[in-house]
Design a binder for this molecule. Structure first.
Ligand code: ZN
Length: 290
């Protein structure tokens, strides 16, 4: 879209005008954008190498007049509905991080069509040593999809177990206790705690030491996810990111430890591309690759 409101100066900006703002002003203001009509999280994208002009996008409210349809890159449009049905009441969710394949996971799954009644990728089995409850194997990507789309899931008592490898547990507990949205992070509950964190990205950038920083908006407490320099290339390749601007507006889910920086902002540290998943969006009207 052409316009977005910046909550710092409470002004509605036109994209071309916004794009010529100088740093660090631009960086600061792009972390404080909302849709001029519905007030939901908005983001700015600089001009692309392929000639697309600078523009704004937003995760609009359903009734917003500026709403456009977004499709998540690498997912089918009806993924959400299908997956909603696949999770039976009472089932635990299990993720094996050593089997995560980042952006390629959905493509792989499509090569093996689900058996009717079984559910794609959701193999039911008994939790070892636990009570005789069934569990379904999920990917980080599927958990993120549910978090984005279902407030009920975010607050649920659904048991979630993340295995680092084999039977080594990284995170375990009810979704509402071991998963936090960027907005809900607090010093009391999350400082130095290893769990799952998720939220939207307003900007991405590299520091001189080679770390990649994924920054959320100030409304989301300015949370940043820091990806260690030795895994940055693998991360970008895994999620098909050629230009850091491609990451703006994406939702991310990361298994990591939260530390408070001296600025008072929470930073989630991520040391492996297998511990993070990115859900990128594009306008449904645009052709792939533009
Ligand atoms: Zn809107």
């Amino acid at each position: 879209m052409q316009h977005a409101r910046c909550t710092i100066d409470n002004k509605v900006w036109e994209a071309e005008h916004f794009s010529v703002l100088l740093e660090p002003n631009l960086e600061n203001m792009r972390r404080n954008l909302v849709c001029a009509e519905c007030g939901e999280f908005a983001w700015f994208r600089r001009a692309s190498r392929h000639g697309r002009p600078p523009h704004f996008c937003a995760h609009h409210m359903d009734n917003c007049g500026l709403r456009v349809e977004y499709v998540a890159i690498g997912e089918q449009r009806d993924d959400a509905t299908t997956q909603e049905e696949e999770l039976n009441a009472g089932d635990s969710i299990i993720v094996h991080l050593d089997q995560e394949h980042g952006g390629q996971i959905d493509v792989n799954e499509l090569q093996h069509p689900p058996t009717p009644g079984v559910g794609s990728g959701g193999r039911a089995f008994v939790v070892p040593g636990g009570e005789r409850e069934t569990a379904q194997q999920f990917t980080m990507r599927r958990i993120l999809l549910r978090l984005v789309q279902s407030p009920m899931f975010r607050n649920s008592n659904r048991q979630l177990i993340l295995y680092r490898k084999d039977e080594e547990v990284l995170v375990s507990g009810a979704v509402r206790d071991v998963v936090a949205g960027f907005m809900d992070i607090t010093t009391e509950r999350h400082s130095e705690r290893q769990m799952l964190y998720w939220g939207p990205i307003a900007s991405a950038g590299m520091t001189a030491d080679g770390k990649l920083w994924l920054n959320s908006s100030d409304r989301h407490q300015g949370v940043s996810v820091a990806i260690f320099d030795d895994v940055v290339d693998e991360f970008l390749k895994m999620f098909g990111v050629n230009d850091l601007e491609d990451l703006t507006g994406a939702h991310i889910l990361v298994a990591g430890t939260c530390y408070y920086a001296r600025t008072g902002k929470p930073v989630i540290w991520c040391g492996s591309p297998r511990y993070i998943v990115v859900r990128r969006y594009r306008d449904a009207r645009l052709q792939v690759g533009i």
